[in-house]
Each structure stands twice: as C-alpha cells, then as structure tokens.
Design a protein around this ligand. Structure first.
Ligand code: MOS
Length: 752
C-alpha cells in the first residue's frame, strides 16, 4: 500500500486557526479580560519638540472612576542605561523611553496615562489633562532634513547585511555611455496600518510577576526587553501573543503602549490595558521616506554599463534606522561598473522602522522604474531589457545564488499575462475613454534562516502537539507547523495542535524578515524526526518486529497514522500500536534548528534570495486621470512552497500593499505643527476591495536543497517588492507620463 492520503508539505490546507479567527474565539492583545482590569488612556504631546513645563491634572483626577495618572513626575523606576532598553532588533541611538523625563521628541509622544475603572472614564479624563510646554524649533519635513543627512556607521544586523560594494569604474563608464539616464526617485512616508492596533493587557499577579498580552511580533524579545527596562527579571515576565492582527514590521520592536501599560501596572500594582487609538498608530513607526538618485549608463543594445546609486532615508533625531536601499539593482543586474551611497536624515518624528520588505520594497521598486526608463531609451522591450542584463550570480557580492529561477518567473509570468501581445509604444493601447498600459518589474528579497527551537509531544492516543515561541502575524505559521508535522509523522492535521505566541515556549526569534516558515518549519521537522526515531526504537522492541530491516527513519514511510517500510509498505504498524506496545504515555522532544545544520551553506559562500516578476495592467481614464490596476500577475521564485493556499495569500497581500504604495499610501507632514496630518483612514487610503481587481499568483518550480533545511525561502515580503514599479511602469505605458514619485496620485498625472 502506498501513502495516497498523505497531507503534508505541498498540500493546500486552509488556515488551521481560520475558524477561531472568524468566530471571534481567537483572542488578541486587547481582548484578554483579566479580573480587576483597569483601563489606561494616554495623553499625547501636541508639540513635536520641547519640554513639558506643567501637567494640570486636577480636572482629570476629579472624574469619577479615575484611579490615577502616571507621567514622568511619578512613574516607577526605569533602567537608566540605554543599553538596558535595547530590544531584539534594537538600532544605534537612544531608544525611546516613555515618561522618562520632561523632553518631547515627537508629536503624539505619550506624556501621561490616565487610569480608570472604565475605558470611558479614562478617555474622558485624558481629554481634560492640560499640558503646558516650552516649545523648541522642530522639523519633520524630509526635504529640509536632507541638509542634515549623514552616513550611518554600518553594523551587522540580523543575519542579512549588504553594504554597497563598488565594482569597476562607474563614473568613467557613465561618462562614456551611449545611453544615459539620470533621475531622482521618491517614496512617500507610509504607515504600517495593521488591522489590529497596538495594545497591551498587563496582568498583575500580585507576586511581582506579570503576564503581558501584547501586540508584538516576538514574545521572547519583548519579555527580555520589559524585564530589563523595568528591572523585573525575566522569570517575572511572560509575554503572550497567540494572535497578531497584522504586523508588517510595526510589531518587530516593542512599542510605547507596552511601556506605558507596564509602568501603570507596576505603579498601581493592578492589571492595566493600554490600546493605541488609530490616530495614535500614526505617532510611532512608519516606513522611512526615501529619495533615490539613480544614474544608469547603457550601450545602444540595452546592455547596462554603469549603475550609480545614491539614496537617503528618514530616521528620527534619537535613533538611526537604516535600510538596504541601493544594493538590490547592484546584486540583481549584470553590469560591470556599479556603486552605491547611502545616507540617513534625521527629523523630529518617532523613529522610522522596518515595514514589509524594508529597503527592498523601497530601493528595488524605485530602481525598477529607472530600469524601465532605460529600456525605453534603448528601444528594447522592458522584459527583454531585463533578460539582456540578467545575472546568474549575485553581481555585487560576486557569489552564486543557492537558486535563482527568475528567468522562469519572467517566462511563466509573461505567458500567463499575455505580454507578447503588448504594443511597445506608450499611449498605443486603449478601450473607450481608457488608456491601457502594461508594465513589468522585478522583485527580490532575502531568504533567511534564524535559529529556532520547537517541541513535539506525541501522546498514546496518537495526538501530537508541536510548540515554539514563534509568532503568527497572519502569515500562517500555525498552519505551516501543522503541515510540516503532518508531513514528517504522517498524521492528519486534525490530530495535530500547533502552539506558538508565548514566551514560555521553546526559544524562537521575532517573526520577521520572511524567515519564520523556513526556521520554525525546520525546527518542527527536527523535533518530529526525533519523535520518529524514538518510535522506531520502540517498534524494534515489539515481538512481531513489524518494521524489521529498518535501519533508520529514512527507511520508513510515515502516513495515515502509521509507519511502514519503504521497501515493503505492507509491513506497517500504527503509531498508537507502537506506543501501546512499548507502554509509552508520551514521547516528548525539543530540537533546535540553526543555520549550519543539514548541509546549510553560509551567507559568505552563496547568496540566498527570493525573486519575482510582476506584470501589471492599468487602465487610466484619459479625462479624469483615475488609475485602475485591472490585472497583476506575480510570478514568484521562492524555493519550496509548504502550503500553496496560504503562500498565495501572502503574495496577494503583498501585491495589494504594493498597489497601495503605487497609488494611494502617503502620510503627509504638517510642517508647521510637526505632526502627521492624515492620521486616519479617511485621509490615509489603504487599498479597499474596490481598488483590487484581478491578481494572479504563480510559484515557479525552484528546488533548493541548500538554502534552508526544508528548501523553503519565505514569502511574507517578496509580494510587495517591485509591485509598485510594475504599476508605475504600466502607467507610463498607458499615458506616456513618467512619474518618479510614489504614490502616483491623480495630481501627478495632470497636464502641467
Ligand atoms: Mo517584517 S518588516 O520583518 O515584519
């Protein structure tokens, strides 16, 4: 008998947590109703820079139900050294410490929290707190901040690091090039806007310990941070983030609401919840604004001869947030002469942060608009142009890729889209009053792998629990863990429970960088393989020796709740039977997957990346200049796909966010007040259903036994990279108007 019913890696499985989510059973940070809970509402600074000279609290304190107000005047003890405030993904600079002193560093900064028996009382009372300030000059305008830009000192961050590496003589090559492009590209400030707002429910246990239900992408980093910043000791802090309503990077680092909630809880020795309002969500992390100057030189054939990159992104006055902006084109294209410069510019806002594919979503996208421009200059089809300059290796680091099926992605994407029917001239395709444009772009992201542990517990009833402190920020980690376990031990998904999102579980990093599926998947596989080995040992002791001849688990097939000999599948035994025969109640193992296991190559030897080809159709109303993205084909080369269904969802989400970047998303700076102006969903538009039409996702075949133990590369971010360029390039093809500033809003398409 062969394993025909096996559900495992490669099976399209609906989210195992789907029912919990749609029925409201899944609890998010602000939904844990612990006994005696108090509600904290923060007072936000109205100025961008200066000092608090007076807090008038009397009116607020007089509101019935108000318990206390905590501010810099009466806050509990905080760690003094900045070092004690470094979080898992901490960056150079001075980490933000709420209520630390009277300084105001950005508009919307939490300066006091009103704590009351009800949310309503807290909210009303917070509106009565009067703050007097001593204002200082501020600047939140990016263009003005460029006067203060500087070169950040690079440091090794996570396991990905690509300082721009010069090659050849780009200046001379550019000067001598037949075709030249020199242009400035720009991406607006964007905010993450996850559906779930940042929230923390702190449960005070009365023995000095707390449980924090937090909106965070990593429980253990948060635990260590809170323990250190507030001197609590790690054993006294447990962080639970079983469900996270979207992150996109906004929850990579602990945010101010958790500082405020923990301080309030410590101060009152009570349980307290603090939730950011949607408007307050605009007072913290955001994708940095970027200006990117690109010079490209090419021969008349379209072969690139020079690429000179110079980009600046925004950061805060107190921390240096850095991104890899300029390296993507240098890695992706075959061009003998290339260089990159990168600077950051400080402004009086909260620190910018990683947001879905940080660096690449900005840098690769803007670069792909320049590539499109050069293709037109060379009078070469934009897809053909990319193939002329195709690089089999990482051209910047001069290293081979573990795999790069971008050529297949271009081919399969073009075929699905019908690219060959494209008429090359701009403004040459139309239907009625709509101009039609077809554009293409390339995407690229890192395929990362982080040390992660997982535990597997198999019980005599044949049920399996797999657990890791990893998170599921909507990406499908629960489902990935379930599928990998089902695959390894041949159990049905219904027999498996995946647990995550709790700092008590086996050690795992923050979920980010698209590494969770590869890393948690590998850990779960290792743990399940250990269980399998113990089962084999137990089976060897059975009297009838059902698996006689099996030397290792490699000689076995696990399917349908049973283990069988590969060489003779009729020799099989149910897992429960083995457990019973051996008198085992449970088998419990914990394993750690780390870079280096399973023949994993190191970063220095090979480059590890995902790639994509995005094809886009836009229709532009010629009179109104309204743009509709009517079709997108995203062809992705991301190694092995664990779950085609949730994988497709990740790409769909990335494409939708890319459409937002292309057409809608922009946070405007009120230069006079130093605040973000459009801090609400009426004025900051994220794509709605009406903006989204046909999106098609292709996963090209890309076997890669080297990149990670499962051959998985990760999918959370690649979907957004390059998408906005495909849209902008399609808009150029439709209208003949080149817009180099994203988003391409209607005003930019109007005749001058
Ligand atoms: Mo992602 S920006 O690493 O959550």
């Amino acid at each position: 008998m062969t394993a025909t019913t096996k559900i495992g890696i490669g099976t399209s499985l609906s989210r195992v947590d789907g029912a919990e989510k749609v029925t409201g059973k899944a609890k998010y940070a602000a939904e844990y109703n612990v006994p005696g809970l108090l509600y904290g509402v923060t007072v936000s600074a109205r100025i961008a820079k200066g000092r608090i000279t007076h807090l008038e609290e009397n009116a607020a304190r007089a509101v019935p139900g108000v318990v206390d107000i905590v501010s810099h005047l009466n806050r509990p003890k905080q760690a003094w050294l900045d070092h004690s405030w470094k979080d898992e993904l901490g960056i150079p600079g001075e980490p933000f410490k709420a209520f630390h002193d009277d300084r105001i560093l950005f508009a919307g900064q939490p300066i006091a929290v009103v704590i009351a028996e009800t949310f309503e009382a807290a909210r009303f009372a917070a509106s009565l707190v009067e703050v007097a300030y001593e204002e200082e000059p501020h600047n939140i305008d990016f263009t003005a901040s460029l006067a203060e830009k500087f070169t950040p000192s690079y440091f090794k961050r996570r396991n990905t690091y690509h300082p721009p590496k010069k090659r050849g003589d780009p200046d001379t090559a550019f000067a001598n090039a037949t075709l030249k492009l020199e242009a400035e590209y720009h991406l607006a400030t964007e905010h993450h806007n996850p559906m779930e707002m940042h929230a923390s429910t702190v449960e005070w246990h009365g023995d000095g310990s707390i449980t924090v239900y937090d909106k965070i992408q990593g429980s253990q980093g948060d635990q260590a941070y809170l323990a250190s910043a507030f001197g609590l000791g790690k054993k006294n802090v447990r962080v639970v983030n079983a469900y996270v309503g979207g992150g996109f990077g906004s929850g990579l680092r602990p945010q101010w609401q958790v500082q405020v909630a923990v301080m309030a809880a410590i101060h009152l020795e009570r349980s307290v919840r603090v939730v950011m309002t949607r408007a307050q969500m605009f007072t913290h992390v955001h994708r940095p604004e970027c200006t990117y100057s690109i010079r490209l030189g090419a021969e008349h054939t379209g072969k690139l001869s020079a690429m000179i990159n110079d980009a600046t992104t925004s950061t805060s006055r107190f921390e240096n947030n850095m991104e890899d902006i300029v390296v993507w084109g240098m890695m992706n294209y075959d061009c003998p002469n290339a260089s990159g410069e990168y600077t950051i510019a400080p402004r009086d806002t909260y620190t910018s942060a990683d947001m879905r594919a940080p660096g690449a979503a900005t840098g690769m996208t803007l670069f792909e608009i320049a590539i499109d421009e050069m293709a037109y200059k060379a009078k070469v089809d934009p897809l053909e142009f990319r193939l002329i300059n195709y690089s089999e290796v990482d051209s910047m680091n001069e290293t081979p890729f573990t795999s790069k099926a971008l050529r297949e992605a271009y081919r399969e994407g073009a075929e699905r889209f019908g690219w060959e029917k494209r008429s090359p001239q701009p403004r040459s395709m139309r239907e009625g009053r709509e101009l039609i444009g077809w554009g293409v772009a390339t995407g690229m992201w890192d395929a990362q792998f982080s040390k992660t542990a997982a535990r597997a517990v198999l019980t005599a009833d044949g049920r399996l629990e797999v657990a890791s402190a990893t998170s599921d920020i909507g990406t499908g980690t629960y489902t990935v863990m379930t599928l990998v376990a089902a695959d390894t031990l041949g159990l049905a998904p219904e027999q498996i429970t995946a647990r995550l999102g709790d700092s008590d579980l086996p050690t795992a990093p923050v979920e980010g960088g698209s590494w969770a599926a590869a890393s948690t998947g590998a850990a779960v596989q290792l743990a399940c393989q250990s269980v399998a080995k113990r089962l084999l040992k137990a089976a060897e002791k059975m009297e009838d020796k059902p698996l006689h001849g099996a030397k290792s688990i490699d000689d076995l097939v696990f399917a349908d709740g049973a283990m069988a000999l590969k060489s003779d599948p009729s020799r099989r035994v149910a897992i429960t039977e083995v457990m019973t025969a051996a008198g085992l109640d449970r088998i419990e193992v914990e394993e750690t997957a780390s870079p280096g296991i399973g023949g994993m190559i190191s970063m220095a030897q090979k480059s590890r990346n995902t790639h994509s080809a995005i094809f886009c159709e836009v229709r532009v109303d010629e009179e109104l200049n309204q743009v509709r993205v009517t079709r997108v084909v995203s062809a992705v080369a991301a190694g092995r796909i664990i779950n085609p269904k949730t994988a497709r969802s990740q790409i769909l989400g990335g494409v939708v966010m890319g459409i937002g970047m292309a057409l809608h998303e922009e946070t405007f700076a009120d230069k006079a007040l130093g605040r973000w102006m459009n801090h609400n969903y009426a004025e900051y538009h994220v794509p709605a259903h009406a903006d989204i039409e046909d999106i098609d996702v292709i996963f090209v075949d890309e076997p890669d036994p080297e990149v990670t133990p499962l051959g998985v590369k990760g999918l959370g971010e690649i979907g957004i990279v390059g998408t906005a360029a495909a849209v902008a390039n399609a808009i150029y093809h439709a209208t003949g108007k080149r817009v180099r500033q994203l988003p391409v809003t209607i005003d930019k398409l109007l005749p001058p």
